[in-house]
Write a protein that binds this ligand. Structure first.
Ligand SMILES: [Fe+2]
Length: 301
């Protein structure tokens, strides 16, 4: 991932463990002093809505996103890419079974994970890795992943032992019938800021088609400028607790609102922001179903 970025990330991980930084930046955020997830849960319990929100959290949908991409090599026309996002596996013990139930019989060629494997960031990795392992026993084909703002680098050996090729500011080719599709992945740009788009891009041949994986969509300008034409992200949870009609209260992400959930386009870059397969902080969702997304890549004529 590059020495400078490695150093920056490890330094911020230590700050995080020491309780001097939280999901966002700065040392004096509201979350330092208040157990926000507990307050949210208490609020919905008092409203009599906790049970409904919890059922929504486990009611994972399968969503198909057909996307036409200029420059996609013809042999990859119809490629089905399964996106898993923001599992936050250690938030609730019931999540793995809910994910596995939706994975049964699902048709896809490869699987990518856009980060946030775990929820709690100051405890042992064991719970999140054990739950992730259970889920990944039910995923077939090549597997790729990147890290989010809830992930620590110490997970690399566990995740790679599960067959997940992690992309930390790097790119790999996917080959089929003598043609190549490149997959780039950057580290978290939201909190750790240890992403390096140029480094990932430098590994891709100039004329090759490449897909970018970026935990947060806030990198959209630089990713478009670097010549990428498709990007997959998560991080926003689609708002997770939304108003009726799916109206997002906050995406916790400095991007235009349309990039907080679903398909979007910026210049020549097409993107998709997953609302998350799991959820963060509280196991609750309203007006924003969690999803497994199958992207069907088509050649744009
Ligand atoms: Fe997340």
């Amino acid at each position: 991932m590059g020495k400078a970025n490695l150093h920056k990330r490890l330094e911020r991980q230590q700050l995080h463990i020491a309780g001097q930084a939280w999901h966002g930046k700065g040392l004096f955020r509201f979350e330092h002093r208040v157990d926000f997830p507990r307050l949210v849960s208490l609020f919905f319990k008092c409203m009599g809505l906790y049970g409904r929100g919890y059922r929504n959290y486990l009611d994972i949908r399968v969503v198909e996103n057909v996307v036409a991409l200029p420059g996609l090599p013809p042999t990859f026309d119809g490629l089905r890419v399964l996106q898993i996002a923001d599992l936050h596996t250690d938030l609730d013990d019931a999540l793995p079974d809910a994910v596995i139930a939706r994975l049964q019989g699902l048709d896809y060629d490869l699987c990518i994970n856009t980060g946030d494997f775990r929820n709690r960031t100051r405890d042992s990795l064991h719970a999140s890795m054990a739950a992730t392992r259970v889920i990944y026993e039910h995923i077939h084909g090549p597997k790729y992943g990147i890290f989010g703002n809830h992930d620590f680098l110490e997970k690399v050996p566990d995740l790679e032992a599960m067959g997940i090729r992690l992309l930390l500011n790097e790119s790999v080719p996917i080959e089929k019938d003598g043609q190549q599709l490149w997959l780039s992945g950057i580290d978290d740009a939201h909190f750790y800021e240890s992403h390096d788009i140029a480094r990932a891009r430098s590994q891709v041949p100039d004329s090759a088609f490449a897909i970018m994986l970026s935990h947060t969509p806030q990198t959209y300008r630089e990713v478009e400028a670097a010549g990428y034409r498709f990007m997959l992200s998560g991080h926003t949870h689609g708002g997770q607790i939304c108003l009726p009609g799916g109206h997002i209260i906050s995406g916790h992400c400095p991007t235009p609102r349309p990039m907080w959930r679903g398909p979007w386009q910026y210049g020549q870059l097409k993107g998709y922001t997953s609302p998350g397969t799991g959820s963060g902080s509280s196991p609750l969702r309203f007006n924003c179903p969690p999803e497994l997304t199958v992207h069907v890549l088509r050649c744009e004529i």
